[in-house]
Design a protein around this ligand. Structure first.
Ligand SMILES: [Zn+2]
Length: 86
């Protein structure tokens, strides 16, 4: 139930953000931040809680040269914990 609310909140926030950024003109990414140029509105899945969210809003963690995206620090921590155990 909590997950559903989270998805809904992300979705609504995302829609609002989109309509703010540009209601009419073709979309342009205007990030000047270094890593964020290529990160647009691709959806990625959190490997821990299996929620989909926009990549740019995720928490990016590089583990063994592989990039993982998490919806929250809690999920990231859980993922790293599980890795340690196995
Ligand atoms: Zn998560």
């Amino acid at each position: 139930m909590k997950l559903l609310l989270f998805i809904l909140a992300v979705y609504v926030g995302y829609r609002i953000l989109r309509s703010w950024l540009d209601p009419s003109s073709p979309r342009k990414t205007r990030y000047s931040g270094s890593d964020h140029r290529q990160i647009d509105d691709v959806m990625v899945k959190d490997p821990v809680c299996e929620v989909y969210f926009p990549k740019k809003e995720g928490l990016r963690v590089r583990v063994d040269g592989e990039e993982h995206y998490f919806c929250s620090t809690a999920c990231r921590d859980k993922f790293l914990e599980n890795r340690k155990d196995s």
